[in-house]
Ligand binder design. Structure first.
Ligand SMILES: Nc1ncnc2c1ncn2[C@@H]1O[C@H](COP(=O)(O)OP(=O)(O)OP(=O)(O)O)[C@@H](O)[C@H]1O
Ligand SMILES: Cc1cn([C@H]2C[C@H](O)[C@@H](COP(=O)(O)O)O2)c(=O)[nH]c1=O
Length: 216
């Protein structure tokens, strides 16, 4: 049964250009948080964008593999997000759970705004429409030079539509991520993802322990 008096959970998003290494660290972060939270009757919900719901996963297939107009791409990213908020993020936070999302709206600003060049005012209008009162409590931005990200991607898998983009696209995405980190320094923590996985985990432990100190 849901405890209607439970305090709101926390919302953490993971960001970075493709190959920066964010997915590598999500399971580690989820396990670290769960170790503390489960003793307090709270769960960790791990999800992703685009996707995270049955409809969102169908949209993800289209978004990652079909060519489409830039504005269609932005609208479908926010459509997937609207469903994700309604089905997963908002109910999770209301239950007092901690919700981790592999990407959120910063990715739309970085990819559709920075990478594709969609007018920032249009992105802001979509953000205001879809989640006027919701922002992550913490965003971990995994930042890495383009050549490092490219080498990691090329070593691992078949590339989707975004991953096939050229260096100047990713340079523009990365610049927009870093611009937003400077704009929202209380929310976005930049992590040097060119370091080793072990060094990054040490950094993450410090950040998470601080966040866990403030829960009831
Ligand atoms: N710090 C690191 N040092 C060396 N290799 C790493 C590091 N972080 C991740 N990798 C490796 O790089 C590859 C890409 O990592 P990962 O899938 O986590 O990237 P990602 O940022 O989530 O990419 P995408 O957004 O495209 O899913 C994986 O093979 C992973 O093992
Ligand atoms: C949420 C969101 C994502 N994207 C892009 C970024 C990535 O290239 C893919 C998702 O793949 P991942 O391996 O799961 O990171 O989608 C985007 O362009 N805009 C967005 O809002």
């Amino acid at each position: 049964m849901t405890d209607s008096t439970a305090s709101r959970g926390k919302f953490i998003s993971f960001e970075g250009i493709d190959g920066a290494g964010k997915s590598t660290h999500i399971a580690f972060v989820a396990a670290r948080l769960a170790a503390t939270l489960e003793a307090k009757g709270k769960r960790v919900v791990s999800s992703r964008e685009p996707g995270g719901t049955p409809l969102g996963e169908k949209l993800r297939e289209l978004l990652l593999h079909e060519k489409m107009h830039l504005e269609t791409e932005a609208l479908l990213m926010f459509a997937s997000r609207r469903e994700h908020i309604a089905q997963v993020i908002a109910p999770g936070l209301e239950r007092g759970d901690w919700v981790i999302s592999d990407r959120f709206t910063d990715a739309s600003f970085a990819y559709q705004g920075g990478g594709r060049g969609l007018d920032r005012a249009k992105m802001e209008a979509l953000e205001q429409w879809v989640h006027p009162h919701l922002q992550p409590d913490l965003t971990l931005l995994f930042d890495v030079p383009l050549d490092v990200a490219r080498a990691r991607l090329d070593a691992t898998r078949t590339l989707d539509k975004f991953e096939q983009e050229k260096a100047d696209f990713f340079a523009a995405c990365r610049n927009e991520y870093l611009r937003r980190a400077a704009q929202f320094p209380e929310r976005i923590v930049v992590i040097d993802s060119s370091k080793s996985i072990a060094e990054i985990q040490d950094t993450l432990v410090g950040i998470l322990d601080k966040l866990l100190q403030v829960i009831d």
